[in-house]
Design a protein around this ligand. Structure first.
Ligand code: SDX
Length: 429
C-alpha cells in the first residue's frame, strides 16, 4: 500500500474524496479511483489514454525514453542474446531459462507443434482467398473444442499446457493458412528443426521440394517473433484480459486478441505499411503523401509511424531496422526500392515539424513488413506473423490475471442519449 494520496474536490459534493496514489517498481504513479463508485461518480477516459487497467509484472515500457523491458530485461539485450523461445519462457515464468530448462522447454514446445487433422477440414471451408487473419480468428477459437482435457482455467497445470499448446501450434496454423491461400499441400512440422526454421519449412517447403532453410532467414524470423512477443496493455492484450475476465476458455480469449490485432491501427499496420510503400511507388511521390498525412481532412496516415506510448522512438523499430539491413544484404536486395522509399520517408518525416511536434516516430511495424517481404512472406500474412509472435504475450497476461484475484471487466459510460420517455401507439409515432 502507500501513504500517498490524491484529494478530489468536486463541485456539488459536500466532502473531499481521498484517493490512494499507488507506486510501481518503475514508471508513473497511479491514482486508485476504484472507490469513486461508492461516491456515485465515474472517471471518463475514452481510449484509456490515462488509465492503468491492471497491475502487471510482465513488461514495462517507458515511452519518453524508448525503453521496453520484459521481466526487467531490455528488448535490445534479449534480441541480441536470447531466442524467441527463451523469451517465451521468460514471459511465462518470470526468469530466463538455464541450459537444462531451455532444452526441456524447447522439447515441450516441439512435442505440441502438430494440430488435429480435423483442422484441415475446418480450413477447407474457407474460400481459397480468405484473409489468413479471418482463418486464424476462426481456427484458434475452435481449438477449445479439441482440448477438453485442459481448459479448467483454475488449474495451473491446465493453464501452462494450454500456453505451451498455443505457442507451439500458432506457427503450424499460420503456415496452414498460407498453404490454403496458395493452394499447396500442408507441410507437417519437423521435430529436428528449431521454432523459426520449422515455421519457414512449413511455409515454403512442399512435399516435392524441402529446400534447406537459410539460417540467416531463420534467425531473422526468430527475431521478428521475439520483437512482437509482448507489449504490456496494448489493444489486443487488453482484449484478451477482458475476455478472460469473464472466465472464457483461453483459446477463445486468444482468438479475441487476434481479432483486435487485425485492425490497421494496431497489428494490421505492417500490411498497411507495405501497401502504403507500394502506393507511394517512387521517392518522388513521398512529399505528396507526407502532405496528405498532415492534412486534417484526409484520413490518410503514415502507416508505421506514431504510437500511443512511445513519444521518442520504438526500441523495436531500431532493432528491426538493423535486421532489415542484414537480411536484405544477405539476399542481395540492399537496393530494394521499397526499402529506399521507407528510408527516405523516415528521413523526411523525422525532419518535418508536424511529425516532430506530434512525436511521431517509426514503430515496430515500419520495418517488419520489409523484412517479411524480403523473406518471401505475402503481405496478407504479415499480421498473422505478428499474432504468432504475440501469442506468448497474450497468454502470459491471461495467465497472470487468472493466477491472481480478478473481477470481470465491466466499464461504465457517460450517457448522453434520450431521457426516459413512453412508447407511443403506432398511430401517434
Ligand atoms: C502497434 O499499443 C501498442 O503497444 C501497439 C503495438 C504493440 O506492440 O502491441 O506497439 C503495435 O499497434 C503499433 C502501431 C501501429 N499502427 C500504425 O502504425 C498506424 C498509424 N499510427 C496511428 O494510427 C497512431 O499513431 C496510433 C494509432 C498508433 C496511435 O494513435 P494515438 O495514440 O491514439 O494518437 P492520435 O491518433 O491521437 O494521434 C495524435 C496526433 C493526431 O493529430 P491531432 O489530432 O493531435 O492534430 O498525431 C496524429 C493524429 O492525427 N497522428 C498521425 C499519425 N499518428 C498520429 N498523423 C499522421 N500519420 C500518423 N501515423
Amino acid at each position: 500500500m502507500t501513504d500517498k494520496k490524491a484529494v478530489l474536490n468536486i463541485d456539488g459534493f459536500d466532502t473531499e474524496i481521498d484517493l490512494p496514489v499507488l507506486s510501481g517498481t518503475l514508471g508513473q504513479d497511479v491514482i486508485d479511483v476504484s472507490s469513486l463508485t461508492a461516491n456515485n461518480i465515474f472517471t471518463f477516459d475514452p481510449g484509456f489514454t490515462s488509465t492503468a487497467s491492471c497491475e502487471s509484472k510482465i513488461t514495462f515500457i517507458d515511452g519518453a525514453k524508448g525503453v521496453l523491458l520484459h521481466r526487467g530485461y531490455p528488448i535490445e539485450e534479449l534480441a541480441e542474446k536470447a531466442s524467441y523461445l527463451e523469451t517465451c519462457y521468460l514471459l511465462l515464468n518470470g526468469e530466463l531459462p538455464d541450459a537444462a530448462q531451455k532444452a526441456e522447454f524447447e522439447s515441450i514446445i516441439t512435442s505440441h507443434t502438430m494440430v488435429n487433422r480435423s483442422i484441415e477440414q475446418f480450413l477447407a471451408g474457407f474460400r481459397h482467398d480468405a484473409h489468413p487473419m479471418a482463418i486464424m480468428c476462426g481456427v484458434v477459437g475452435a481449438m477449445s473444442s479439441f482440448y477438453h482435457d485442459s481448459i479448467d482455467i483454475n488449474d495451473p497445470t491446465h493453464r501452462m499446457i494450454t500456453a505451451h499448446r498455443l505457442i507451439a501450434k500458432m506457427p503450424t496454423l499460420a503456415a496452414m493458412c498460407y498453404k490454403h491461400y496458395v493452394g499447396q499441400p500442408y507441410m507437417y512440422p519437423k521435430n529436428d528443426m528449431n521454432y523459426a526454421e520449422n515455421f519457414l519449412h512449413m511455409m515454403f517447403g512442399t512435399p516435392c521440394d524441402m529446400p534447406k532453410v537459410s539460417p540467416v532467414l531463420a534467425n531473422a524470423m526468430d527475431l521478428l517473433f521475439l520483437l512482437h512477443a509482448d507489449h504490456e496493455q496494448n489493444a489486443s492484450t487488453s482484449t484478451v484480459r477482458l475476455a478472460g475476465s469473464s472466465g472464457a476458455n483461453p483459446f477463445s480469449c486468444i482468438a479475441a486478441g487476434i481479432a483486435a490485432l487485425w485492425g490497421p491501427s494496431h497489428g494490421g499496420a505492417n500490411q498497411a505499411v507495405l501497401e502504403m510503400l507500394n502506393e507511394i511507388g517512387d521517392e518522388k511521390h513521398i512529399d505528396k503523401f507526407i502532405k496528405r498525412a498532415k492534412d486534417k481532412d484526409d484520413s490518410f496516415r503514415l502507416m508505421g509511424f506514431g504510437h500511443r506510448v512511445y513519444k521518442n522512438f520504438d526500441p523495436r523499430a531500431r532493432v528491426m531496422k538493423k535486421a532489415c539491413d542484414d537480411v536484405l544484404a544477405e539476399l542481395g536486395l540492399e537496393d530494394d526500392p521499397l526499402l529506399r522509399i521507407a528510408t527516405r520517408l523516415e528521413q523526411i518525416a523525422l525532419e518535418d515539424d508536424y511529425f516532430v511536434s506530434k512525436k511521431l516516430y517509426p514503430n515496430v511495424d515500419f520495418y517488419s513488413g520489409i523484412i517479411m517481404k524480403a523473406i518471401g512472406i505475402p503481405t496478407e500474412m504479415f499480421t498473422v506473423i505478428f499474432a504468432t509472435g504475440r501469442t506468448v504475450g497474450w497468454v502470459a497476461h491471461w495467465n497472470e490475471m487468472i493466477s491472481n484475484p480478478y473481477k470481470i471487466g465491466r466499464p461504465r459510460q457517460l450517457y448522453t442519449g434520450p431521457s426516459q420517455r413512453s412508447v407511443q401507439a403506432m398511430d401517434e409515432r
